[in-house]
Design a protein around this ligand. Structure first.
Ligand SMILES: [Ca+2]
Ligand SMILES: [Ca+2]
Ligand SMILES: [Ca+2]
Ligand SMILES: [Ca+2]
Length: 192
């Protein structure tokens, strides 16, 4: 009788636990990726001759990852800027040394943007390329560009806003709303 009761309890416990164990089992998690469809179809972007390595980094300061390829046969690098959606503008080529093999990104001159260093196999040296992307505007509210903040900058903002010009997108969300007025006001109050 005791044996019977114990067996019943074990069976009932197993019924309760089994679904929980299945949920916790590897491979059963919700949202797990199917290895067969993990990636969509490739999209290809032209580089130079014999690209050997690639690095990603935000080269133009717009927050998305751009791409640098090292072209061993053409002795240069290809820079492809991200359009913000994982597609890239056509390459821009910059000369490196002889037989470049790899590249690293980092702020080498301390101005806040990503520069690059390229290792050149055949010329036994490194190429340093400094990023010349314009630094961020120290006086964004000076929309008429006269170096001071006046009523005319308010009027210029109003005109840009009314024209749907994204230079009036002061909160940077890609659309023009009341919050851009507030962000412009804050930039104006911050001065130059
Ligand atoms: Ca970028
Ligand atoms: Ca830099
Ligand atoms: Ca002004
Ligand atoms: Ca906005």
């Amino acid at each position: 009788m005791f044996q019977q009761t114990l067996t019943d309890r074990i069976v009932r416990l197993a019924r309760v636990l089994t679904p929980l164990l299945v949920l916790a089992a590897p491979g059963a998690a919700l949202g797990q990726c199917d290895p067969a469809t993990l990636f969509g179809a490739q999209t290809r972007f032209a580089a130079g001759d014999g690209p050997r390595s690639v690095v990603l980094g935000d080269l133009d300061g717009d927050g998305d990852a751009d791409m640098v390829l090292v072209n061993t046969s053409t002795n240069d690098v290809s820079v492809l800027l991200n359009r913000g959606d994982g597609t890239f503008d056509p390459q821009q080529r910059f000369a490196a040394g002889d037989g470049p093999q790899s590249v690293a990104l980092g702020d080498l001159d301390g101005d806040g943007d990503a520069d690059m260093a390229v290792a050149n196999l055949r010329s036994d040296d490194a190429s340093v390329l400094l990023n010349q992307c314009a630094p961020s505007d120290p006086c964004p509210a000076d929309l008429d560009g006269d170096g001071e903040l006046t009523l005319f900058d308010f009027l210029a903002f109003q005109n840009l806003f009314d024209a749907g010009d994204l230079r009036a997108d002061f909160d940077g969300d890609g659309s023009l709303t009341l919050f851009d007025f507030l962000a412009f006001q804050n930039a104006f109050d911050a001065g130059c």
